[in-house]
Design a protein around this ligand. Structure first.
Ligand code: FES
Ligand code: FES
Length: 513
């Protein structure tokens, strides 16, 4: 599995999402259940709300932050604040009660229309930004300045506000398309503008967020564009709930960031569980036509993942969550697992009977690992678990919790070609190729523990890998050659690429001459 990078996502369901007049404010336990569902789909940071709104908001936010620590969830907290010292103080109180740091997302109106209506001038706004950022700095909390309506603000207003924030220690700037005004070209231009501004003032360490709305139906396209042009953190909400027509739907955002290689893929079943839990918590219904998660998407094979979604139910919340939160999910039969696959973190829920082979091929789309006999006879499904070869068809996914799994996709392609791929190519060691991924992973483990294996040792090591084309001689020779390449006893990458591409057939005319 290759990823271009790891663009982060910020789940704003419990802040912006709750600004929709049509959703129900979840109970504390429902919020905890939703928090676990966010963590299970790999959300990096989540807003725990606007603590300054009320005493209940402080209590709920503190409970969420504490749960993140106690349950060792991967998701980290952010909290919203107006750009006032009092609001930042409320976030600091949450942080102290929970005993964990919380990123402050302080927002301020930046568009001319807002300034006109409120009677604000830039000097006043800069003072507020400075005061809020300084308060966060004193509390030891990271500070992000959220310029509302960035896409409709004047550049000189923006740079004045950004200057004030960065001078006071802001580590992030959040660019907002608050009324869904922009298109992807505008997003690209805005990001180029802010990046050149940051470079110009020697502040390229300041990271960027993108927060966009769906008023023109361009929210997802804009979010993907922002990720493609270098924004490090993108916002969304479950099912896109939020003010007016809503935000970018988190499930679509994650699925599509996976498709363009900006994040590890997330199984559809996990995204559907997330939206089910969110819908229940917010008393919202998933529209039948909702992309990826609606009933119409669930019944068809268009997404190639039917084997892992048919009949799936909502997973259990991990045991560290309160009983009430666990009850709120009403699921049965799933277990949470967290592992690394080809160096990428994977956090999901699986049925106890799901095999590692099914997890790899059908949930993670890593189809290099072959499904041959499915009963331990052929070795085509061989992968490495913590460096040791295992048959993925006989290994339960749940047994891979907290372990490292490597599949054939982990072997380097050109230009720094893995010696085994190089040698298999040079020796013509693949015929139909069915056994090849399993052979490669078995050989990877062999060469790791024995850099100079005898021919007999090579033959013994692949004795559990059947080649139905019976090309064993070339395979053994290729593994010996790979060992030599790894040791530097043979040059790497000879005649690449295409040494084995046959020359064009002679034409009838050439034959005649
Ligand atoms: S598919 Fe696993 S051994 Fe054949
Ligand atoms: S190359 Fe065909 S099964 Fe081995």
């Amino acid at each position: 599995m290759t990823t271009k990078g790891h663009v982060q996502v910020n789940d704003e369901s419990l802040r912006d999402g709750l600004q929709s007049p049509s959703v129900h404010d979840p109970s504390p336990d429902e919020k905890l259940a939703l928090l676990h569902a966010m963590s299970a789909i790999g959300v990096d940071v989540a807003s725990v709300g606007l603590p300054a709104a009320s005493a209940r908001a402080v209590a709920d936010a503190a409970a969420l932050v504490k749960e993140m620590s106690d349950a060792r969830l991967r998701v980290r907290p952010t909290a919203a604040a107006r750009t006032t010292e009092a609001d930042v103080g409320a976030v600091a109180e949450v942080s102290q009660r929970a005993g964990a740091s919380v990123e402050v997302y302080a927002f301020i109106g930046s568009s001319p229309i807002r300034h006109y209506v409120e009677g604000w001038d830039l000097a006043f706004l800069r003072k507020r930004v400075t005061g809020a950022a300084e308060a966060a700095r004193k509390a030891g909390l990271p500070f992000c300045l959220v310029t509302e309506d960035t896409t409709r603000a004047h550049p000189t207003s923006l740079t004045a506000l950004w200057d004030a924030a960065i001078d006071s220690g802001a580590s992030r700037l959040c660019l907002c398309d608050t009324v869904g005004h922009a298109d992807p070209f505008g997003v690209e231009a805005l990001v180029a503008f802010v990046k050149s501004y940051l470079a110009g003032r020697g502040a390229s360490h300041v990271k960027l967020d993108w927060h966009g709305h769906e008023d023109r139906g361009l929210g997802l396209a804009n979010a993907l564009q922002a990720a493609s042009v270098g924004v490090e953190r993108i916002h969304g909400t479950a099912m896109g709930v939020g003010e007016r027509v809503g935000n970018v739907a988190m499930e679509s955002l994650l699925y599509n960031l996976g498709k363009i290689g900006e994040r590890p893929p997330v199984p559809l079943q996990a995204l559907r569980r997330y939206t089910d839990i969110a819908a229940r918590a917010m008393r919202w219904s998933v529209s039948p036509g909702a992309p990826l998660v609606g009933e119409l998407s669930r019944g068809i094979d268009a997404l190639r993942e039917v084997p892992c979604v048919l009949g799936e139910q909502v997973p259990p919340i991990p045991a560290s969550t309160s009983d009430a939160a666990r009850d709120a999910t009403q699921e049965e039969g799933f277990v949470p697992i967290r592992l690394r696959v080809n160096d990428d973190p994977v956090e999901t829920f699986v049925r106890p009977s799901r095999t590692l082979l099914e997890l790899l091929r059908y949930d993670l789309d890593l189809v290099g690992t072959r499904q041959g006999c499915d009963k331990g006879d052929c070795g085509a499904c061989t992968v490495l678990i913590d460096g040791q070869p295992h048959l993925a068809c006989l290994t339960l996914a749940a047994h891979c919790d907290e372990r490292e799994v490597s599949t054939v996709e982990s072997l380097r392609g050109p230009p720094a070609l893995d010696p085994l791929l190089d040698a298999f190519d040079r020796c013509g060691a693949g015929q139909c190729g069915f056994c090849t991924p399993g052979m490669l992973m078995t050989a990877t483990a062999l060469l790791h523990r024995d850099p100079e294996p005898s021919r007999e040792a090579v033959r013994r090591s692949i004795s559990g890998n059947l080649c139905r084309c019976t090309g064993y001689g070339a395979i053994v020779t290729a593994i010996e050659l790979a060992a030599k390449i790894k040791r530097g006893a043979e040059p790497a990458g000879v005649d690449l690429p295409g040494r084995h591409v046959p020359p064009p057939l002679a034409s009838a005319k050439e034959k005649a001459t």
